[in-house]
Design a protein around this ligand. Structure first.
Ligand code: UDP
Length: 241
């Protein structure tokens, strides 16, 4: 672990949905190839930023299935949060494989498996150059990892959330894969996202980002080197501010 103090560096949050960890390939819950590619980019990012990561769990389980299988919603949601912990542990080991200091901090206590999320510990870890992987979303049922990423970005003082999307390079008026006339938005306000009902992140998350002025950058995580290219403004993305 580095002993350097990076407290004056910009902190950024990377949010990836579970589906982007396997590109909707149902044979593999997690694609280690994809995680490796993202890890290589993080290796570059940590030279410039403090990096926090929130991973979804939709590649394994989503709580919204509860009613279909006659299960209480809270239980199904806890299963979803456990799914995010599985993804986070996988990513921690991938990052460590390439000598990046990384640690999972979970909003649900799981002492034998990972650290518990305490804000001061996470901030200290980031300021020492470690990559903090923040698992279990908000730690509460009825929420999403989008909302988890918004709350945590605010808490750790992240300047923006880099929201990696699967197969789409920003925000459109409707699904560009279904409608070739979909309009691409280069910039949007938080209110645009809410009033146009654009499916970027859920309304709770967007309202939090609006309230605390956290910018959201939406880009395509499937493109090679897309996190770095987005930050260098070399590829297409949408900014919400
Ligand atoms: N979840 C939850 N509370 C949270 C975050 C997640 O209950 O704060 C559950 C919820 O059931 C959700 C699942 O975990 O469906 C996986 O998270 P999410 O759907 O946000 O993952 P993604 O769609 O980004 O892969």
């Amino acid at each position: 672990m580095h002993s350097n103090n990076n407290s004056n560096r910009t902190t950024i949050m990377l949010k990836l949905s579970g589906a982007s960890l396997n590109h909707n390939d149902s044979d593999n819950i997690i694609s280690f190839e994809i995680l490796n590619e993202i890890a290589q980019q993080i290796k570059v990012l940590i030279n410039h930023f403090n990096v926090a990561i929130v991973l979804g769990g939709g590649n394994i389980w989503r709580g919204s299935i509860a009613s279909k299988v006659n299960m209480p919603r809270d239980q199904a949601d806890y299963m979803g949060m456990l799914a995010t912990i599985i993804n986070s542990i996988a990513f921690e080991s991938i990052l460590k494989n390439i000598n990046i200091d990384a640690k999972v901090f979970s909003k649900i206590e799981m002492e034998k498996i990972c650290d518990t999320y305490y804000l001061r510990n996470v901030k200290d870890y980031l300021n020492k150059g470690g990559v903090a992987i923040l698992a279990a979303g908000t730690g509460m049922p009825y929420f999403s990892t989008d909302t988890g990423s918004a709350i945590t970005a605010i808490e750790i003082g992240a300047k923006f959330i880099l929201m990696g999307k699967n197969n789409v390079d920003g925000v459109y008026s409707c699904d560009p894969l279904e409608n070739p006339n979909a309009e691409f938005y280069k910039t949007l306000t938080y209110d645009d996202v809410i009033s146009k009902n654009l499916r970027v992140m859920d309304t709770t998350a967007i309202a939090l980002c609006k309230e605390y002025k956290t910018k959201i950058i939406v880009f395509n995580i499937n493109e090679k080197n897309s996190i770095i290219d987005t930050l260098n403004r070399k590829s297409k993305f949408t900014i919400i501010e």
